[in-house]
Design a protein around this ligand. Structure first.
Ligand code: HEC
Ligand code: HEC
Ligand code: HEC
Ligand code: HEC
Ligand code: HEC
Ligand code: HEC
Ligand code: HEC
Ligand code: HEC
Length: 496
């Protein structure tokens, strides 16, 4: 063991003397020591890091870039971190007292789960904005909401024969972690250290419940929310990767949230597929027309977009909401965006934690005003206007807002039929104080708003994917499902 360590340290020293290292910025002693072992243990990880900007530019050098191209938003980076590259130790030993999983690792106080709060040491603006993004609150938005808890159990529970109908056995933690919480994020828990046999003999390592997970609202071991690796995967932490639509596909492919499917079938997506090899995904700022000819998800929702000459078309936002007037994801109706990203605080008129009432009216106290919606519409349309005229964009918007209206009407028809079923005791729901998701007719109702109305709205908003608005889970299936609901209820009502 000692010999192996020694030979790796020597190998590290030889590597350090090679010219490629001389050109790269210096590494801290601690990081050299991590590399001494991890290079051999996990070459995949180390090479990913080596190709990243973290390995190639020190915070001190990066701080010399000012203006729009600056990638370092913190102004108070500790001097001890400024002159070496951002290596293993610079991230994994930050703020040791804040992390429940900090453990003694060959003399270093290392933690496994590097959190957004750690990244904030150098990227304070991105962390602050991501904290205002609904994605960072996805765990609580789901788990702290009693209505959604019923939905979770109805989907994830193992169904078993019951008295009148199938009953769902509550899902266990392993199932929860790989279903809803895979995307929404788990709550991590440190369960102490355990000895593991490794190439370096027995090593004490942390046991973390809920790990691994890269859900967008993961609750970390320092109490912070989310994972920047949702879009910047470790250890490359690349901006170019995050600008491509595949990054979002992992969680936004549907059928409840079909953004990616719709995008790939749209004109924008078609142009992206045909031409993206010739686009510049590393340029900062990102020039519409010069660097890319059609928008990706990031261009419409996140990126700093400029015109040739440097005029800013849209500011970068890790919060996303400044460019979102509507919440088109039905809950169960489309509605203005919530004021606060923590949606479990919302109460509708009936006291349910939902942003709309069952008749379709919005829980307005908790949602943004029409004025704020207009402002956000302007922010989003500014991106469109670098490639389209106002009349093109207005025409698109008119159809989109019409789609919100007509899909909400369809949801109201379905909800009316469900209420009729409840009132006539054909099913047990709100009047009976029972789950609204655990019976056949209730499942058909949730298909209507969760699958079909969402398909139609996404196809309309993102501008294309025609089939997803019609035959592929869109209007064609929506109306068939509504007729099914109607027939189911009618045929069971007592004869007059
Ligand atoms: C003497 C060799 C050695 C040194 C030095 C070393 N590590 Fe490790 N490290 C290991 C081994 C072995 C493992 C266990 C690998 C496994 O379970 O696959 C490990 C595991 C880890 C883990 C993961 C824990 C887990 O179970 O998920 C992290 C994070 C880590 N090391 C970071 C570092 C950092 C940061 C440094 C430098 C400050 C460092 N290591 C220095 C050998 C070393
Ligand atoms: C810029 C900060 C940063 C740097 C630099 C960094 N890491 Fe990490 N590392 C992370 C983050 C973030 C995660 C967890 C990703 C997530 O949120 O799920 C991670 C995860 C890990 C893990 C556990 C993941 C697994 O697949 O088992 C190990 C081990 C690890 N890093 C070792 C290293 C080593 C070795 C280096 C140096 C080559 C390094 N890290 C450099 C941020 C960093
Ligand atoms: C100690 C400071 C420091 C920490 C901590 C840090 N970074 Fe960085 N980050 C940098 C530097 C320096 C650069 C390169 C800046 C440049 O190229 O001008 C950078 C660049 C980036 C980029 C842009 C990469 C590209 O391809 O253009 C991303 C994304 C990024 N960091 C994400 C993260 C994430 C996520 C974390 C936490 C897991 C993190 N950083 C932690 C200093 C840091
Ligand atoms: C790891 C999963 C994951 C990835 C990857 C991901 N998202 Fe999300 N996103 C979510 C979840 C979960 C929510 C919903 C959170 C909630 O409602 O509580 C969400 C919500 C959103 C919203 C709605 C915001 C609002 O306020 O209504 C937008 C827009 C969005 N994501 C865009 C993107 C884009 C663009 C990308 C890629 C650059 C992306 N997401 C990548 C999981 C992810
Ligand atoms: C593949 C990733 C993924 C999985 C798995 C997933 N979701 Fe989501 N969820 C999302 C995304 C993305 C959004 C945001 C959609 C939007 O705003 O357009 C979201 C939003 C939600 C919302 C809205 C929350 C709010 O108030 O902001 C609820 C409720 C929800 N999901 C329930 C569930 C349930 C229940 C499960 C498991 C049965 C689940 N989700 C599984 C990706 C996922
Ligand atoms: C939903 C996806 C998503 C998440 C989550 C995310 N980012 Fe980003 N990030 C992006 C995109 C897209 C870009 C490119 C923005 C642009 O084109 O202007 C980017 C760019 C960056 C940059 C480079 C900015 C520059 O000036 O070049 C940094 C640094 C960064 N992100 C840090 C972070 C940190 C830190 C976190 C976690 C707190 C994080 N990101 C979480 C999508 C994401
Ligand atoms: C041409 C610009 C454009 C592109 C490209 C685009 N979107 Fe959107 N997206 C929109 C518009 C417009 C809306 C509706 C905005 C509103 O009114 O809130 C929207 C809404 C959304 C929402 C719904 C938020 C909510 O209200 O629930 C999500 C999630 C989303 N987009 C994700 C994505 C993803 C993921 C991609 C890439 C696969 C993508 N978008 C590509 C323009 C775009
Ligand atoms: C970087 C340039 C760029 C941006 C930004 C952009 N588009 Fe486009 N868009 C295009 C190009 C190029 C086409 C293909 C035009 C053609 O077919 O000749 C297109 C096509 C479309 C179409 C397709 C029409 C059809 O019938 O297929 C719609 C709708 C559209 N854009 C709406 C928007 C909206 C809305 C936004 C902003 C939310 C937007 N675009 C942002 C470049 C862009």
């Amino acid at each position: 063991m000692f010999c192996r360590l020694l030979s790796l340290l020597v190998a590290g020293a030889v590597l350090a003397a090679m010219p490629v290292w001389a050109e790269s910025p210096p590494l801290s002693e601690a990081t050299l020591s991590c590399l001494g072992c991890h290079e051999d243990l996990h070459p995949g990880m180390v090479e990913g890091w080596r190709a990243s900007r973290h390995a190639r530019i020190t915070p001190g050098q990066a701080m010399q870039t000012t203006g729009l191209a600056s990638k370092i938003s913190s102004t108070d980076i500790p001097s001890g971190l400024q002159d070496t590259s951002v290596g293993c130790a610079e991230c994994h030993t930050l703020r040791p007292d804040a992390h429940a999983d900090t453990f003694d690792h060959f003399g270093y106080q290392v933690h496994v789960v590097v959190s957004p709060e750690d990244c904030a040491t150098c990227h304070a603006t991105e962390r602050k904005q991501y904290g205002q993004n609904i994605m960072a609150h996805a765990y609580g938005n789901l788990v702290d909401n009693a209505v959604y808890a019923d939905l979770r159990t109805s989907i994830n529970g193992v169904l078993q024969p019951g008295e009148k109908q199938l009953s769902a056995k509550a899902p266990n933690n392993a199932t929860k972690a790989e279903s809803c919480l895979y995307c929404h994020g788990t709550k991590l828990r440190f369960d102490g250290l355990a000895s593991k046999d490794t190439a370096y003999g027995p090593v004490m390592l942390p046991e973390i419940a809920g790990w691994p997970n890269q859900g967008s609202g993961r609750i970390n071991l320092d109490g912070s929310k989310g994972s920047c690796a949702v879009c910047h995967t470790r250890h490359r932490f690349s901006m170019a990767e995050a600008r491509k639509p595949y990054t979002c596909k992992e969680c936004h492919v549907g059928p409840d949230v079909p953004a990616y499917k719709v995008y790939t079938a749209s004109k924008h997506g078609t142009i992206y597929s045909a031409e993206n090899n010739d686009w510049d995904f590393s340029a900062v700022p990102w020039e519409a027309g010069t660097d890319f000819r059609a928008p990706t998800c990031a261009a419409c929702h996140i990126s700093l977009v400029t015109k040739p000459g440097g005029t800013v078309v849209a500011e970068r936002t890790h919060a996303l909401s400044p460019r979102l007037p509507w919440r088109i994801f039905g809950l169960p109706y489309a509605h203005p965006q919530p004021k606060d990203p923590q949606t479990s605080k919302i109460k509708n008129a009936a006291g349910l934690p939902l942003p709309t009432n069952l008749d379709g009216s919005p829980a307005s106290d908790f949602l943004i005003s029409a004025e704020e919606q207009d402002k956000r519409k302007g922010n989003l349309q500014a991106v469109c206007l670098s490639c389209h005229t106002q009349s093109w964009v207005d025409g698109h918007w008119q159809r989109f807002e019409n789609t919100i209206e007509v899909t909400n009407e369809a949801t109201a028809t379905g909800t009316g039929l469900l209420a009729q079923a409840w009132e006539n005791d054909l099913a047990e729901g709100l009047p009976q104080n029972s789950s609204i998701f655990d019976e056949y007719i209730e499942n058909v109702w949730s298909d209507i708003w969760l699958i079909h109305c969402n398909h139609i709205r996404f196809a309309s908003a993102i501008g294309g994917g025609g089939d997803y608005g019609v035959f592929a889970d869109g209007r064609y299936v929506l109306n068939r499902r509504l007729r099914e609901m109607h027939d189911w209820v009618e045929s069971r009502l007592p004869q007059q």
